[in-house]
Design a protein around this ligand. Structure first.
Ligand SMILES: [Zn+2]
Length: 116
């Protein structure tokens, strides 16, 4: 997702640095190295993702280093889930009564499903 600077704490750069250091400057899902070339010849840029999507929770256990490709895949799942909830709300149903496809319920690290 595009970054809105006002949503991030003043020490965000330092937190980001700590996450990338912990990850050995590699995507924590696919292992691609920061600033390496992707399979398509584009530059891999690592971003830091909030695992629970709560930007106010900025402890390191809630942050993960992801390449742009993996980050986009995770956000796609979030967009699909948000669209599902919006459809339920528009249909007059309580979206919280329906089981959410909580992608993080099984553990700390998100699971990315390819070819879904
Ligand atoms: Zn990746």
């Amino acid at each position: 997702m595009p970054m809105n600077r006002k949503d991030y704490p003043p020490d965000w750069k330092e937190l980001r640095r700590q996450v990338l250091t912990r990850a050995n400057n590699k995507c924590e899902l696919c292992g691609k190295e920061n600033y390496s070339l992707s399979d398509k010849g584009t530059t891999v840029i690592l971003t830091v993702h909030h695992i629970d999507n709560q930007k106010s929770r900025r402890n390191l256990i809630n942050l993960i280093a992801l390449c742009n490709k993996c980050h986009l895949r995770l956000d796609l799942e979030q967009h699909i889930e948000n669209a599902r909830k919006t459809r339920l709300i528009k249909a007059g149903k309580d979206c919280c009564r329906f089981k959410s496809r909580d992608r993080y319920s099984s553990g700390l690290r998100p699971q990315v499903t390819i070819g879904k």
